[in-house]
Design a protein around this ligand. Sequence first.
Ligand code: ADP
Ligand code: F6P
Length: 322
Amino acid sequence: MAKKIGVLTSGGDAPGMNAAVRAVARAALSKNMEVLGIQRGYLGLLNRDYINMSARTVSGIIQRGGTCLYTARCPEFRNMDGVLKAKGVCEELGLEGIVVIGGDGSFRGAGDLSSVGIPCIGIPGTIDNDIQCTEYTIGYDTAMNTAMEAIDKLRDSAQSHDRCSIVEVMGRKAGFIAVNVAIAVGAEAVITLERPYDLDSIAAKMIKTRDSKEGKHHFIIVVAEGVGQTENISRTLQEMTGIESRVTVLGHIQRGGSPTLRDRVIATEMGYHAVELLDQGIGNRIVGLKDGKVYDIDIQEGLAMQKPFLDERYDIFYDTAY
Ligand code: ADP
Ligand code: F6P
């Protein structure tokens, strides 16, 4: 009998999740598997909220942001009662494996479900790129490009008004988006949780540059949301420098939009790899990118890893800032 598998998206949405869903469905169908698209993550699994997927169900979604399977957060799944209830639903539906596209919280759930006998494969889908065992998470590239384009626009206005534009970017506790975007927009400073920052020296440099012969009068400062101090930073720098400041929180705009080529291609490779694992009866794995290649790792081992910060890139940013 052909295998029957499920695919779901969980946690925060990310551009490129649709490309991953499409790849999972198409790869599975080409192996004569049946595919159920479980809607609204683990919540939908518990509620038997699913659609039968055909090759046409995933037509025309590769270029779309968001997730056609919807996503949700499901507190019930955080305890074993919820996980065992989900196991019962999987058995009732005849599911022999599930591909979970989400972040580390979703992977903990996938590990729990694997431990009770339902093989699950995690695919990293989050704009934050904060999953330890992978160099890349789906949505990261698109989100950074969205932030870059938005800040290019903010610079026009900051320049016209001789202002300092303080821009908060997403990333949860991680500063990966912040550092790359700061380089790409030619920002004057970047502030993240991973490295200490000193507003006195940022302000001193702004004043020195403004008062120099060539006179620079507008500034862009990128702040990672995890720092949690964006308004304070703006107020303090304005007081220290006398340069008028404006805060822009880019927010959920970074989660939307058509995925970039990089996100579509990596999502497709990861989706394909996840199906290959389930086809071999392998579960409890996270698919990731290592040295630029798709690989897989045990879920618990993957979640226990430490992810290095972009230290070298951070230093290059400051050495080339202004
Ligand atoms: P992300 O997957 O993006 O990190 P969340 O942390 O919100 O997003 O997790 C998504 C869902 O995964 C949660 O709503 C919950 O159903 C499940 N989940 C999160 N943490 C755990 C956990 N420790 N154990 C089991 N399931 C979890
Ligand atoms: O994990 C993705 C992310 O967008 C983070 O960057 C941000 O901190 C969080 O999700 C916002 O979550 P919510 O969708 O609950 O507002």
